[in-house]
Design a protein around this ligand. Structure first.
Ligand code: NAP
Ligand code: HSE
Length: 420
């Protein structure tokens, strides 16, 4: 028998306890032994819960219990779970976590502390999709050329509802929270940080890159309006929050931002809480992964797959996929050097000469405009919606700065990237 302690019995932890009970037959058969929850840890013992496991509010009851083989960390946060997980490993226990924020900051230190102890984290990226095992094992013969995906269920749920039902941001976020999709602090979902945490985990496994969230380009979906959605639809795009990791020579670009994606692409059809990830390997070509990206049961499915893998015996592969560093070490590409196409929304004075000034700014940065649309705005203003050909981020940032400096530009310009 394998005994586990669950630190955090909230949305995911409660699903883990419930599924271990409900699917006991198949889980025992697959693991080759019974898996039992010995205890769960919560903050508030007086809260009513739909789980039938012994609970405590003292994490040491799990960490100091010699009969607990696996500590399952599902409490969220960064520093507190770091100490819990580190202590569990130091006491010789295997660890399973779904905590991408923890791994975004501490994955390399924890890999060192874990050594040969199993440390699994399938649920940390893309909920129920087994993307970690796919990258770490199934695609291990390949140089990974790119990873492009929708890796935050909450943001995708919100954008899908905004696109298809024309609804506002606020009420849809509340729905996503009620469904158990959002982080305890939903700014992580909306602001792109949760997707960035996941992208960093994938980038470690694919490229051996040790970067932190602060090192990469992260933009959220807060600025997406119905006006942008209308433009996107008119030109055959949908708007998605993407996480992108791409090998560019000896560099890897890492970025998270909303993007206009052509409607015909598979990734554009990934709606609601679903996640979709395209991985291109140099030998296999493109592979696609699709499934629920958030929610208690979908995430618990991945957590339990890790528990079963450990129960079956030992550690299958190094935590982050590399037994020794890649000799031709890859470097993180600086943000300014990222190349993309862009969409801009500008609120301008509706008077002669304004278009010429906007074009001049773009020309000075050698940015070529692809399409331009003008719509009447409020009062004496108009809204300019334009898309560009490919240019460097550096040039675009300078153009945005110069545009906002024009007297005829009335609001801070809004920019999204175009991905195809
Ligand atoms: P949640 O519903 O907020 O549950 C967190 C649980 O941890 C609660 O039971 C809470 O206790 C307990 N907890 C928090 N801080 C604690 C502390 N200091 N001491 C003891 N217990 C503590 O969160 P969740 O949605 O289940 O997410 C858990 C983890 O899974 C997070 O890392 C999250 O990013 C990750 N994840 C979530 C999903 C999802 O769809 N929800 C998907 C993938 C990954 P109380 O109940 O008493 O407050
Ligand atoms: N809040 C996360 C999301 C949970 O919405 O994708 C899954 O990691």
């Amino acid at each position: 028998m394998i005994q586990i302690g669950i630190v955090g019995v909230g949305t995911v932890g409660a699903s883990v306890a419930r599924i271990l009970e409900e699917n006991q037959d198949i889980i025992t058969a697959r693991a080759g032994k019974e898996i039992r929850v010995r205890k769960g840890v919560v903050r508030n013992l007086s809260r009513a819960r739909d789980v039938a496991i012994p609970l405590t509010d003292d994490v040491d009851e799990i960490l100091d219990d010699p009969d607990i083989d696996i500590v399952v960390e599902l409490m969220g946060g960064v520093e507190e779970p770091y100490h819990v997980v580190k202590k569990a490993l130091e006491k010789g226990k295997a660890v399973v976590t779904a905590n991408k924020a923890l791994l975004a900051y501490h994955r390399y230190e924890l890999q060192d502390v874990a050594g040969d102890l199993p440390f699994e984290f399938e649920a940390s990226v893309a909920g129920g999709i087994p993307i970690i095992k796919a990258l770490r094992e199934g695609l291990s013969a390949n140089h990974i050329e790119s990873i492009k995906g929708i890796i935050n269920g909450t943001a995708n749920y919100i954008l899908t509802k905004m696109m298809t039902e024309g609804v506002d941001f606020g009420p849809v976020l509340k729905e996503a929270q009620a469904l158990g999709y959002a982080e305890a602090d939903p700014t992580f979902d909306i602001g792109g940080f949760d997707a960035a945490h996941k992208l960093l985990i994938l980038a470690s496994i694919a490229y051996g890159i040790d970067a932190k969230p602060e090192d990469i380009l992260i933009e959220g979906i807060e600025q997406v309006t119905q006006e942008d959605i209308a433009f996107a639809k008119e030109f055959g795009y949908t708007i998605k929050l993407l996480g992108i990791a791409k090998k560019v020579g000896e560099f890897v670009e890492l970025r998270v931002h909303p993007a206009l994606v052509p409607q015909r692409e598979m990734i554009a059809k990934v709606d609601g809480v679903m996640n979709g990830i395209s991985v291109i390997g140099d030998k296999v070509g493109e592979t696609m992964y699709y499934g629920p990206g958030a929610g208690g049961d979908a995430t618990a499915s991945a957590v339990i797959s890790d528990i079963i893998a450990i129960a079956r015996g030992g550690k299958s592969s190094p935590m982050l996929g590399f037994k020794r560093p890649l000799e031709s070490g890859l470097q993180l590409l600086e943000r300014d050097a990222i190349v993309s196409r862009y969409y801009l929304r500008l609120v301008v004075e509706d008077k002669p000469g304004v278009l010429a000034k906007v074009s001049q700014v773009m020309g000075e940065q050698k940015i070529s405009i692809e399409t331009m649309l003008q719509r009447p705005g409020e009062g004496e203003t108009a809204t300019l919606l334009l898309s560009t050909h490919r240019c460097e981020e550096r040039a675009m940032q300078q153009a945005l700065h110069a545009l906002f400096g024009l007297e005829s530009v009335k609001e801070r310009p809004v920019m999204f990237r175009i991905e195809r």
